[in-house]
Design a protein. Structure first.
Length: 304
């Protein structure tokens, strides 16, 4: 009766990476001993039961670690030479029960600790890579927005937000990039005309060409409910372009009240800007008048 139980203990020790001889010594069983008393037999059965529970627990733990390792290996495109030392953990994924794992130390704490350490290393590396991917995607989005004269707020994106969940942030950025690419095509007609009219070389355009571009631009803008351009409403941008194109002599004069208000504002600003400057010298005619006055006074005194 003792032999089957001892063989079972030996198999468990082999798989779990436990020292079989030490277990026998703890139980007080001598090597090669075939018979044992009832007390020792019960202690042996209890030890076997504890090791069976440990075996099941380690199997579940190692299977979970194996799944994590598999996902991390996929992310890092890890080569087989690096996976080989964790072959038992990898094989644990496909096992239906702990009884399928019979190799030495296939469920040892040494293997579990080694797999856990590898996961920590790979996860830290993964976060660094994900952050780099995120920053690259963010830069791409900002460049696309600039290309079509939009700002991040137009897409409800905050570039200053601190991210911690990089996989989700990367996924969100991919969606935004896709949306902005669609926007670029839809906005192209208006954007091209505004850029052409705003460009420094637009002086080379004839007046008629500029006016024709402006007319078509205004017609296109009328069809848009909302169209942000460099953080402003496109209608404001178009009006500014039209004002620049209109000669000052043909611009409508401001109402009297507005002209007075504008003049007062101009004088106030001028006064504030000159507040710290030294007082201006007297005009030449004032100096000359004072000189003549002094001459007259001195002349009278000399006549006396």
């Amino acid at each position: 009766m003792a032999r089957p139980a001892m063989d079972r203990l030996k198999r468990l020790c082999k798989v779990l990476g436990s020292n079989y001889q030490e277990r026998l010594d703890e139980l007080g069983i001598a090597a090669g001993h075939k018979e044992m008393d009832e007390k020792t037999s019960k202690a042996l059965e209890q030890t076997i039961g504890e090791l069976e529970k440990a075996k099941e627990a380690r199997f579940s733990e190692l299977q979970a670690l194996g799944l994590k390792l598999r996902d991390l290996w996929k992310f890092h495109n890890t080569g087989p030479e690096n996976i080989l030392e964790f072959a038992e953990a990898f094989a644990c994924i496909d096992a239906e029960s702990a009884n399928e794992l019979t190799n030495e130390k296939s469920l040892s704490m040494e293997l579990i600790n080694k797999a856990t350490e590898e996961i920590n290393i790979l996860e830290a590396s993964m976060v660094a890579k994900q952050k780099k991917i995120y920053l690259g995607k963010k830069q791409k989005l900002l460049k696309l927005l600039e290309e079509t004269h939009m700002v991040p707020a137009d897409m409800k994106f905050d570039p200053k937000k601190k991210e911690s969940d990089f996989p989700k942030a990367i996924s969100d950025l991919k969606i935004l990039i896709k949306q902005v690419k669609v926007q670029i095509l839809e906005r192209k007609d208006i954007v091209m005309r505004i850029e052409l009219l705003q460009h420094p070389v637009n002086n080379s355009l004839s007046v008629k060409t500029s006016e024709r571009l402006l007319r078509s631009l205004k017609n296109l803008v009328l069809l848009e409910d909302t169209f942000p351009f460099d953080g402003k409403d496109v209608k404001v941008v178009v009006n500014a372009i039209e004002d620049e194109m209109t000669p000052a002599s043909t611009r409508p004069a401001l109402p009297v009240k507005k002209r007075m208000s504008a003049r007062l504002t101009e004088l106030r600003d001028k006064k504030e800007s000159n507040a710290d400057l030294p007082p201006p010298p007297y005009p030449s005619r004032v100096r000359d008048g004072n000189r003549e006055r002094r001459k007259g006074v001195w002349g009278k005194e000399s006549k006396r």
